[in-house]
Design a protein around this ligand. Structure first.
Ligand SMILES: Nc1ncnc2c1ncn2[C@@H]1O[C@H](COP(=O)(O)OP(=O)(O)O)[C@@H](O)[C@H]1O
Ligand SMILES: Cc1cn([C@H]2C[C@H](O)[C@@H](COP(=O)(O)OP(=O)(O)O)O2)c(=O)[nH]c1=O
Length: 211
């Protein structure tokens, strides 16, 4: 790779979907594919990804709060994550694969909880007006299937996972709306199929969009 190429901004890939859609299961595989092309890749998650962000995650997942507080804390954690991790990595030329980003705030805080979307547009503009993911993989499946997967894990559920099926269905619809509005960025993946098939779809999307 030439020196000018090595300074090229890295790609920013996000994984999205309702809880239990199966996205976390595929992040390591996607990172391995990118690494296999000789590129540096960092995997991270939201809310979280920094020491402060992980503390905010603990609050967000387990403490009851006003829905605007929830949205503000999501974006506060994101601001830190961008400044400390995401932007420096992209500037170095590294790729970043992030488990959730701002599409999740639109889907959960607006679609799920009913927060006015215009407020999120303002926060998004403030926090990362200049940056959007290069590619977003949306793991889509009915909330009934996702909740069966979560139930099979037999672990304590967080505040979002404890929400009723209607909440998760609204989140799903909000994600699909965002995918329809940004088809050049968001690739829907049918997550209601075998892992191997999903892995192949992810590889195809990465190669088509970014590699
Ligand atoms: N394609 C699949 N088919 C069946 N179960 C799956 C599939 N993908 C993931 N799972 C299982 O579903 C659960 C949720 O997966 P996970 O990757 O943690 O989802 P998410 O990160 O989207 O919440 C896990 O128990 C995982 O093993
Ligand atoms: C990033 C983000 C996450 N969330 C929620 C969605 C998830 O339920 C929760 C944690 O996300 P996640 O780490 O994906 O949880 P899991 O791996 O258990 O699926 O945070 C929001 O409500 N808004 C946001 O902006």
């Amino acid at each position: 790779m030439s020196r000018s190429e090595s300074r090229k901004r890295g790609k920013f890939i996000t994984f999205e979907g309702i809880d239990g859609a199966g996205k976390s299961s595929h992040i390591a595989g996607a990172a391995a594919l990118v690494r296999g092309r000789g590129l540096n890749v960092l995997t991270t998650r939201e809310p979280g990804g920094t020491a402060l962000g992980e503390k905010l995650r603990g609050l967000l997942l387990h403490e009851a709060m006003h829905l605007e507080t929830e949205a503000l804390l999501m974006f506060a954690a994101r601001r830190e994550h961008l400044a400390e991790v995401i932007e420096p990595a992209l500037q170095r030329g590294d790729w970043v694969i992030c488990d959730r980003f701002s599409d999740a705030t639109y889907a959960y805080q607006s679609g799920g909880r009913g927060l006015d979307k215009a407020k999120l547009v303002q926060l998004e503009q403030w926090v990362h007006g200049h940056l959007q993911p290069d590619l977003t993989l949306l793991f889509d499946l009915p909330s009934s299937v996702a909740s069966q997967r979560i139930a099979a894990q037999a672990r304590d559920l967080d505040r979002f996972e404890q929400e009723r099926a209607e909440f998760h269905e609204r989140v799903r619809l909000a994600y699909l709306e965002r995918a329809a509005a940004a088809p050049q960025r968001i690739r829907r993946i049918d997550a209601n199929q075998a892992r191997d098939r999903i892995k192949k779809l992810i590889q195809e999307a990465l190669i088509e969009y970014c590699l």
